[in-house]
Write a protein that binds this ligand. Structure first.
Ligand code: GDP
Ligand code: MG
Length: 439
């Protein structure tokens, strides 16, 4: 998305209101981004319609460009659809809380059961019991037992010859007797949805009356995930979704499709094969991942939060007119410093990670203090008209600020680059901006 957006940014110069055309243009790019992230087509269409309706005519905040403003709206909508905030696991008023897994084979049900058992132990000091109700492959039971050993949680099983519904019944009886506070039921999956599997899950649900039926979905399955979620939700009325394998390079568009199609909250995400690789689902993080924006959105927010509107409007005007001077330079140093550690801000800029050496850019706060001293040693006339900084003036500034002539030259060079970079930002030219920073 980043590269496409660079083109779009160019077309928005100094506008005050988002026009229909702006929105059309940028939502075209957002549409492509969503499809590339594997969001299901009907979901994309609906989403884009909503964005268009909401964005047209919106006032552009002084701190942002119209394109950024639209992206902010897109991000807010996306976050809202993904659930707004995180949703906790349900808990039964009387023990045990029963949690049933569902999903296709290989989605990560067994692994997730282990991860969740560990999490419950670690965070609530819980005593879970896991039930092995996947009787179709002997290896599946062994796998759950191995996981159980790793997290030190008992596993109830009856081998492969007993009906899984009966195994669940017996396992629950044992859980009551031993006063386990959680029961995690690991179920079988198929390579694709079939009626026998669904029937079995319906029966297990009827016997267990679980507090949570968690649909485990592999993020890598993209478009297919939406159909799977629809079918499972219609059949089982699931209570939540777990998205696994988000450690892969998928952008995770499945999350948006599933959420939109089922309306059920995504509760956790799996981020690796290890039993510690489980994270609570945060809609805002998922949104920027789906958009492929790096942390551009965070940057937009920071920019909006920190920049005094009037001041930044003035600055923007100066940059557009190219009348940026050393007074502004100092002001800019102050503002950027108040946004937080500079190297972190750099990391948030999309495309930055692709620039060789960019990760190593370190910002030296002492260096900033030295620069400030040099600027303060300039006369007001020099600050406003840097062109007049002749070698003799530069030598005077060096002496006055306790720096060398070379350092003063470096500062002026950096100022000129910074000026180029700022006008790059204003004119939507990301590469000029990045060039300026790298230099
Ligand atoms: P099940 O058939 O639904 O029970 O799926 P499994 O739990 O057996 O997982 C299938 C495969 O996916 C195993 O090799 C797991 O190690 C792997 N897996 C599960 N969750 C994750 C995850 O979040 N990230 C990665 N990289 N692999 C996972
Ligand atoms: Mg399994």
């Amino acid at each position: 998305l980043t590269q496409r957006l660079q083109g779009v940014f160019k077309n928005f110069r100094g506008k005050k209101k988002i026009t229909e055309n702006d929105v059309l243009e940028i939502t075209k790019e957002i549409r492509v981004a969503l499809l590339e992230a594997d969001v299901a087509l009907p979901v994309v269409k609906k989403f884009i319609r909503n964005i268009r309706a909401r964005a047209i005519g919106v006032e552009v905040s002084e701190a942002l460009q119209p394109a950024q403003q639209v992206i902010k709206i897109v991000d807010e909508e996306l976050t809202a659809i993904l659930g707004g905030g995180e949703v906790a696991l349900g808990k039964s008023p009387k023990i045990p809380t029963i949690i049933m897994m569902a999903g296709l084979q290989g989605a990560g049900k067994t692994t997730f059961a282990g991860k969740l058992a560990k999490r419950l132990k670690d965070t609530e000091n819980a005593r879970p019991l896991m039930i092995a109700a996947d009787v179709y492959r002997p290896a599946a039971i062994e796998q759950l037992k191995t996981v159980g050993k790793q997290v030190d949680v008992p596993v109830y099983d009856e081998g492969t010859d007993v009906n899984p519904v009966e195994i669940v019944r017996h396992g629950l009886a044992l859980a009551s007797e031993k006063r386990h506070d959680y029961v995690l039921i690991d179920t079988a999956g198929r390579l694709e949805i079939d009626e026998k599997l669904m029937d079995e899950l319906i029966q297990i649900k009827a016997v267990a009356e679980p507090t949570e039926i968690l649909l485990v979905v592999d993020a890598m399955t993209g478009q297919v995930a939406a159909d799977v979620a629809k079918k499972f939700n219609e059949t089982l009325d699931i209570s939540g979704v777990i998205i696994t394998k988000l450690d892969g390079d998928t952008r995770g568009g499945a999350a948006l499709s599933i959420r939109e199609i089922t309306g059920k909250p995504i509760k956790f995400v799996g981020t690796g094969e290890k039993l510690t690789d489980l994270e609570v689902f945060y809609p805002d993080r998922m949104s920027s991942r789906i958009l492929g924006m790096g942390d551009m959105l965070t940057l937009i927010e920071k920019a909006q939060g920190q920049f005094d509107e009037a001041q930044s409007a003035k600055m923007a005007e100066k940059m557009r007119e190219n009348s940026f001077d050393f007074n502004d330079f100092i002001e800019q140093l102050d503002q950027v410093q108040s946004m937080g550690p500079l190297d972190e801000i750099m990391k948030m800029i999309p495309g930055m990670s692709e620039i060789p050496g960019a990760a190593n850019i370190k910002v030296d706060e002492k260096d900033i203090a030295r620069k400030r001293a040099m600027v303060l040693s300039m006369t007001p006339a020099e600050r406003e008209n840097p062109e007049i900084l002749s070698p003799s003036r530069r030598r005077r500034i060096a002496a006055g600020s306790g720096n060398t002539f070379i350092e003063v030259n470096k500062l002026i060079k950096q100022f000129n680059e910074s000026k180029k970079m700022m006008s790059g930002i204003m004119n939507g030219d990301m590469s000029a901006m990045l060039g300026g920073m790298g230099g």
